[in-house]
Every structure is written in structure tokens, then in C-alpha cells.
Write a protein of this length. Structure first.
Lengths: 309, 267, 53
């Protein structure tokens, strides 16, 4: 049986992973790597999704190019986030020094209002917090990460090593579920929209229209395919992290990643079970799909990764 | 005008004026519907927020506001009770024995000002489960004021009581039960009242660390959903109202005869 | 008098505890949770996440 637990910030999640209270979680990729470096016995086994991050600027700011952000205040969700690395990458492309930007950390849900009130000039964060500003008309998309750093990795699934040792079949089931439901989501827009309905209804107070917006405009704003961890992707992250000083020591891919589960996925697609109106699917071992912004918690079903970072 | 009516009319009038002012200040912006635009809700939106929180969602046994209140009240009561059970005897001992006081008081005063939020990582380390964590945080934030109040209560007992009791041959456990305890009760009760207030404030912060129920969790959820300030304000009002209720209950205890006894002496 | 206050308080405490278990945890999951405390077999996997992509 699977269950999901929603956290409000990474600090508590890191502590719970460290103490063993939590054995599996979706966390930001660089954070996963840094926790491993600190000795927390976790390994990355799968990805949550690809892309799904956006750089937003104020609707009336007149900013049309990243170069104009020199000297401005940009918000990121965490010091250990891939958003920060994306910005570093953009700086390299546009010939700006990372230190020329005023990077600050802020909670993602508050970023749209901070942009609106002018407390920042731009922010880079995962959906749906970019879309909210877009839908409200207070923000404008400067860049979708999919157009800038294709196959961007944001959140990854980490699992504690003792869980992998104790019951690898459960981990395999989890990975199969995420992979299978990802295949289903990629099949058609209708699938994504119905997933968004479930997410909006049971997933706390996020309006379904918002999640549907993220899933549709454009359709590939977030992608759920090709989620097996690949060495090349992580080496790139590691390179950027070392350059920006996020990490001081290089770690090998094999140290913090375990690919056996992704390699053992059979390719079976997993459709979303019918909505019984109660948010629970009784007695069926199925995985609900991954909505862009959150994970449904159905009683016996494994949460489909989806929009976690 | 009856005196009861007089007591009510002034606060009600103040509240009415505040609500009217609130409405005037927020009404203008409210005409633009938006998903991201976070602005302070109008009074009516807060009323609708209450309605949302008071409807039972499918598959749940009670409205969110009710279940959350029960969860938070449970945790505060549990933590507060543990703090009383440990803190009052400890405080009484410290008040009575100067040596104990000298030894323990610095520790108590050192730990007292530490915000429970700083205890969160320790609570997470100590307990795997959500409930013990929150209860522990309440415990840690209420025990020190209770202990301090109990110690001070004993120390403030007029010597004349103790000496008169000794003259009557009253000592040991009997002295404690018949003189020390009744004399310290009023001050202990004040300490309890203050500690309960602190505990109720703390529970909201204590529940923001990924617990699955409670009023603090309700607020965090509304924050995560962005733009649901209507729910946040409605929850805040609920928290305040329960705080008043809890405080009023403790104040009623103060009117019980055995406790008033202590006051009569000071009055 | 004292007995009445203490008795009433204990009753309220019990009531609130039971209401909390009933509303927020559920009696069955509670019993299962108690059993899980003492058994070593894993029955459920909880996956943590943040509602952000």
C-alpha cells in the first residue's frame, strides 16, 4: 500500500529522510545529491518529470531578454535548486557573471505576489507557481526551460538505501507506477486534463483550471517521458554545481544514483483508475497519474510522481 | 440597561466599526477576480471562506474546520497536561527547597525563552510520528512558564501562614496539603492561564511541519494554494475565538471557592 | 467540588482524544498504526513531496 505526505518545505523533508521517518520522497535534484554527500543514505532512482520550470518577469516590465536581468533581483526556490543552476547556465550563455544578479530564496507559493508588488524583478520556479502569475496577467513568461535547457531535471525520486535493501519489490512497484502513469499522461491531452481534475479536486485547493492550464499551454510545458536517470544529465548538473560553488567535491553518478529499478521497468502503461468521487480507489493496486502540480493520495495506489520538484 | 447588555454592547460596537472599515478598505480591489492576485479579502469573502471550511467534503466525516480544531485542541491539551503533571510538582519543589531552586532555576530560565520553532528539528529527531512531535513542542513551550509560576507561588506564601501552621503542629504532607497547596493555587492558576495561551499560539507554528491535520496545517495548505487569504483569515478568526474560549474556561476555575480563598487574603 | 472538576476535565480530555482519532486518523488506521509500531514488517510506504514542480 502506498500513501503520500505533503510537505511545505524541504527542510523538514530532509530531516525526515535523514532520521528514517520518510523512506521515499520527491526532492530537488541538487538537494538529493547534496544530502547524499552529507551522508544521508539515499539514492536517486527515478525522475519526477522533465521541464516544467519557467522564468517569469513582470507583465509590464518591458524585459524581453535575459541580458536585461543584469543587476536585478531574481527569486529561486532554494539554494540547492536546479533553477539556480539554470540561471547560472543562462548567465554563461549571455556573458553575465552570476554575481551580477541578485539571487534570493523565496517560498514558491509567494513568488507571484512578490513579482506583482515589485519586490522582485523575475523568478524561476516550477509550475504551477509560474502559471499563476501568467493566468492572472501580472506576469509574463520570459523563458520556458524546455526551450533553453531541454530535458531539464527538476525533481527526482529518492529512496533510502535500507528500503531498497529491505523490500526492493516495493521500490520497483513505485518506479513502475510512475513510469507507467507517465506513459499514460503523455498519450493525450485528454489524459492530462482528467488527471488535472483529480489533482485539483483532491489535491488541496489548487484550482483545476490552473493545473489544466499548466498541462496544456503549451502541451509540452511539463513532460513525463524519458524519466530514467541518465549519467549525462547528472554530469551536466554536477559540472554546473561545481562551477557555481554549490558543491565543492565531485561525486560520481554511480554513487548517488541507482538505475536498477528504472532499467527493470517493463514498459507497461498505467491509466488512471476511474474517479469514485471520494479520492480513493478501493482495493485496486493502480497508480493515479501525475498531475503537474501535485500528487494525488489514493489509499492503495502509489502516487504518480508528476509535478514535484 | 442591564449590566450584562452594557458589557456586550461596547465590544460589539467596536467590532462593527472595524468590520465596516475593513469592508471599505478592501471592497475596491475585490472587483477584479484573479487567481494570483493576492489581496486582503473582504469581510464577505471571509464569510464565504468560513462556508467553504465548514462544508464537509465527500469522503470525510466532518468539515475541515471542525476536524482541524479537534486535532489542534487535542495536541494542546495533551502537551499542556504533560507539562502540568511534570511542571507543577517540579515548581513546587523548587519553590520550597532553596537548594533545588538554586540548582534548577538557571536551567529553567535558560530553556524558557527558546522558541518552540527552534525545537522543531529536535522534535523531528526524537519522534517518528507527527502527533508526538507536536505534543512535544507544546510540552516544551508550556512547561517552563508553569514551573516558574509554581515556584514563585510557593516562594510568595507569607511566612505567617507557615509559622501559624507549625504552631498548630501541622507539618510535612499535611502542611503541604492544607497550607502550601491552597495558598499557591491562585498564582499557579495564573501561570497555567498564561502557559495555555502560549501553547495555543505555538500549536499553529508546530503544525506547519508536515502534520496531516490541525489549524496550523490548514493555514499552511491555504498558503501553498496561494491566493486563499480568505481561508487564512477565517482560520485566524477561529484560532482567536478558541483562544478566548480556552482562556475563559480557565478564568472560571479561578472563581471556584477553594481558589478564591487565596485571593481574599491579598484583596 | 475538586473531584467534579477533575472528573469533568478527564472526561473532556477523553472525548477530545477519541474525536481526534475518529476524525483525523480513523480508528482502523490507528489500530494498524499501533500494530505497525511493534511489527517489523513493512505494510505501507509513504512518499513525501512538495506541491511544486
Amino acid at each position: 500500500m502506498f500513501d503520500s505526505k505533503r510537505y511545505s518545505e524541504f527542510a523538514t523533508m530532509s530531516e525526515d529522510l535523514g532520521s528514517g521517518t520518510l523512506s521515499a520522497a520527491f526532492i530537488n535534484a541538487p538537494l538529493a545529491m547534496s544530502l547524499h554527500a552529507k551522508g544521508v543514505p539515499i539514492k536517486i532512482v527515478y525522475l519526477g518529470h522533465r521541464d516544467g520550470t519557467t522564468l517569469m518577469v513582470g507583465a509590464n516590465s518591458g524585459i524581453t531578454s535575459f541580458a536585461q536581468l543584469k543587476g536585478k533581483k531574481i527569486l529561486i526556490p532554494s539554494a540547492f535548486s536546479n533553477q539556480k543552476l539554470w540561471i547560472a547556465r543562462l548567465c554563461k550563455q549571455y556573458g553575465i557573471a552570476l554575481s551580477d544578479l541578485d539571487l534570493r530564496v523565496a517560498p514558491p507559493p509567494e513568488m507571484p505576489s512578490l513579482l506583482e508588488t515589485g519586490s522582485c524583478d523575475a523568478y524561476a520556479v516550477g509550475e504551477p507557481h509560474a502559471a499563476r502569475a501568467e493566468m492572472a496577467g501580472t506576469g509574463r513568461v520570459l523563458l520556458h526551460v524546455k526551450d533553453s535547457w531541454p530535458n531539464f531535471i527538476s525533481c527526482v525520486l529518492v529512496v533510502r538505501e535500507d528500503l531498497m535493501a529491505q523490500s526492493s519489490s516495493i521500490v520497483q512497484e513505485l518506479v513502475d507506477g510512475i513510469a507507467g502513469s507517465g506513459l499514460w499522461l503523455e498519450q493525450s491531452v485528454e489524459n492530462r486534463l482528467s488527471a488535472a481534475q483529480v489533482a485539483g479536486k483532491y489535491y488541496y485547493n489548487q484550482k483545476p483550471e490552473l493545473v489544466q492550464f499548466v498541462m496544456q499551454k503549451p502541451v509540452d510545458r511539463v513532460r513525463y517521458e524519458n524519466l530514467a536517470p541518465a549519467k549525462a544529465d547528472f554530469e551536466e548538473i554536477m559540472d554546473l554545481a561545481l562551477e557555481t560553488g554549490m558543491f565543492t567535491q565531485r561525486m560520481r553518478f554511480e554513487e548517488y544514483c541507482d538505475t536498477r529499478f528504472s532499467e527493470s521497468f517493463g514498459g507497461e502503461m498505467l491509466p488512471m483508475p476511474p474517479d469514485d468521487g471520494l479520492g480513493k480507489v478501493g482495493g485496486v493496486k493502480v497508480v493515479p497519474p501525475k498531475p503537474a502540480a501535485s500528487q494525488p493520495a489514493s489509499a492503495p495506489a502509489a502516487p504518480a510522481g508528476g509535478g514535484n520538484k | 440597561m442591564s449590566s450584562r447588555w452594557k458589557k456586550v454592547i461596547a465590544p460589539v460596537a467596536v467590532a462593527a466599526v472595524l468590520v465596516a472599515l475593513w469592508h471599505l478598505l478592501t471592497y475596491g480591489a475585490a472587483n477584479e477576480p484573479a487567481i494570483a492576485k493576492t489581496r486582503f479579502p473582504t469581510p464577505w469573502e471571509v464569510v464565504l471562506g468560513f462556508k467553504h471550511l465548514l462544508t464537509t467534503r465527500p469522503g470525510e466525516k466532518a468539515p475541515q474546520l471542525v476536524s482541524s480544531t479537534v486535532a489542534s485542541v487535542f495536541r494542546v491539551m495533551a502537551g499542556f497536561n504533560l507539562a502540568m503533571l511534570l511542571g507543577i510538582p517540579l515548581g513546587l519543589l523548587m519553590g520550597w527547597y532553596a537548594g533545588t531552586y538554586r540548582a534548577l532555576n538557571p536551567l529553567v530560565q535558560l530553556l524558557r525563552p527558546i522558541s518552540p520553532i527552534a525545537w522543531i528539528p529536535i522534535a523531528i529527531l526524537m519522534f517518528k510520528n507527527d502527533e508526538p512531535r507536536s505534543i512535544f513542542l507544546i510540552f516544551v513551550s508550556t512547561i517552563f512558564p508553569i514551573t516558574t509560576a509554581a515556584a514563585a507561588a510557593v516562594q510568595n506564601i507569607p511566612q505567617v501562614y507557615i509559622r501559624s501552621a507549625a504552631n498548630f503542629g501541622c507539618d510535612g504532607w499535611s502542611l503541604f496539603k492544607k497550607v502550601v497547596l491552597p495558598a499557591s493555587l491562585p498564582q499557579i492558576l495564573t501561570g497555567l492561564r498564561l502557559a495555555l495561551g502560549v501553547g495555543w499560539i505555538v500549536i499553529v507554528a508546530a503544525e506547519m511541519i508536515a502534520v496531516r491535520s490541525g489549524l496550523g496545517r490548514l493555514i499552511q495548505d491555504a498558503r501553498d494554494a496561494t491566493g486563499r487569504l480568505d481561508l487564512i483569515v477565517a482560520t485566524m478568526i477561529t484560532i482567536g475565538a478558541i483562544g478566548i474560549g480556552l482562556d475563559a474556561l480557565v478564568r472560571r476555575l479561578e472563581n471556584v471557592d477553594q481558589i478564591k480563598w487565596g485571593y481574599a487574603k491579598r484583596g | 467540588m475538586k473531584a467534579r472538576i477533575l472528573g469533568g476535565y478527564a472526561a473532556v480530555l477523553l472525548l477530545v482524544t477519541l474525536a481526534h482519532i475518529w476524525l483525523n486518523i480513523g480508528f482502523q488506521p490507528f489500530m494498524e498504526g499501533m500494530r505497525d509500531l511493534f511489527s517489523s514488517e513493512r505494510r505501507q510506504l509513504t512518499v513525501g513531496f512538495l506541491p511544486v514542480t
